[in-house]
Write a protein that binds this ligand. Structure first.
Ligand code: HXC
Ligand code: NAP
Length: 290
């Protein structure tokens, strides 16, 4: 079995990288990546740039994306435009997309990676807490997709990769907000794939499992270091580079006939991960605002 590619835990570029795909795979493409300043989104930006792509990385914190853009450009030599937006606010999305189009003249790829999550029992979740996660994950994904469709993809075609999760597939405890939000995005993927396919737009979801070196994992209390991971099919957690390689595949011409799918990138973990109610409840009691 192939060894997993190396990764680093922080939001830093890889100290060394060996191409598995052709280095020109995304040459002169432009990708707009929400949540691209940290975690999985940062590594997706890096891997895309290492394959010839220019990127726009966008999130709420201008400092976060500006710091990330400097690192990404230094490591890859490609251009990276850092922009501030809140995916819940269409005017900020429109302004960012216009700025990106002014800078690059086009956008070919959209990665919807912005998301929010925490552990909380459904019975203690405030109405606003549920709404907040759905607003960021689901409404935010629609907002950015809709703006890019109108301003670019309808005329020129494009590719959308929605980063989701498998939480809703089996009904993970303490995750009704994120599981519902991501399941709705998977449905959105299918709807938009059908409706926008004739405009030469491919839309797919990529659903990672627990990924090392990420905020998402920290918020689950490092849940994936438990024995449940060691009894999962591949006996280990995935890393950000493995997720980014799958995003690269979906965004590239290698996936030219792939649309409306959910690519699960979790080492088969959703099939075997138990619902550890008590263990997660212990984590939640220290992290949830109850
Ligand atoms: C319970 C909580 C809470 C918690 C916030 N809330 N944190 N409830 N437990 N730990 C409640 C608040 O009390 C409030 O409700 C409501 O949620 C909104 O909170 P705000 O802080 O005002 O929201 P906002 O500033 O918009 O921040 C959004 C956020 C925040 C999601 C709450 O954590 C954030 O910005 N997260 C981004 C980074 C992130 O989450 N990364 C991990 C992604 S990983 P009330 O009723 O008091 O007004 C991921 C993985 C999925 O998505 C799959 C994993 C396998
Ligand atoms: P992360 O580093 O916290 O990434 C989330 C990003 O979203 C941050 O860069 C954040 O930046 C941005 N963001 C949050 N709210 C936003 C908003 N309203 N508008 C614009 N940007 C916003 O977490 P991650 O763990 O790498 O997760 C990345 C993606 O993978 C998410 O979609 C997540 O659901 C998915 N995922 C992760 C795991 C995992 O194990 N980590 C598993 C399954 C799925 P700002 O704070 O600057 O806005």
């Amino acid at each position: 079995m192939a060894q997993p590619p190396r990764d680093v835990g922080e939001d830093d570029c890889l100290p060394e990288y060996r191409h598995l795909f052709c280095p020109d795979l995304l040459r002169d493409k432009v990708a707009f990546i929400t949540g691209g300043g940290s975690g999985i989104g940062f590594r997706i930006a890096e891997i895309f740039m290492r394959h010839g792509c220019h990127t726009v990385i966008a999130s709420r914190s201008q400092l976060r994306v500006s710091t990330a853009a400097k690192k990404l450009t230094a490591a890859t030599g490609q251009r990276c435009l850092p922009l501030s937006l809140d995916v819940r606010s269409p005017p900020t999305v429109e302004a960012a997309v216009e700025e990106a189009l002014k800078e690059f003249g086009k956008i070919d790829i959209l990665v919807n990676g912005a998301a929010g999550n925490f552990l909380c029992p459904a019975g203690a979740l405030s109405f606003n807490a549920f709404k907040t996660v759905v607003d960021i994950d689901t409404v935010g994904t629609f907002n950015v997709s809709r703006v890019l469709y109108e301003k670019c993809f309808r005329e020129h075609g494009g590719v959308i990769v929605n980063i989701t999760a498998t939480l809703g597939s089996r009904g993970q405890v303490l995750q009704v907000h994120a599981g519902s939000a991501k399941a709705a995005v998977d449905a959105m993927t299918r709807h938009l794939a059908v409706e926008w396919g004739p405009d030469n737009i491919r839309v797919n979801s990529l659903a990672p499992g627990p990924v090392s070196g990420t905020e998402g994992l920290r918020r689950l209390g490092g849940a994936a270091t438990s024995t449940s991971v060691l009894t999962s099919p591949l006996r280990r957690m995935g890393n950000k580079t493995e997720v980014a390689h799958s995003a690269l595949y979906l965004a590239s011409p290698l996936a030219s006939y792939v649309t409306g799918t959910v690519l699960v990138v979790d080492g088969g973990m959703w099939l075997t991960l138990p619902n550890s109610v008590q263990r997660l409840a212990d984590v939640a009691s220290s992290s949830a605002k109850l």
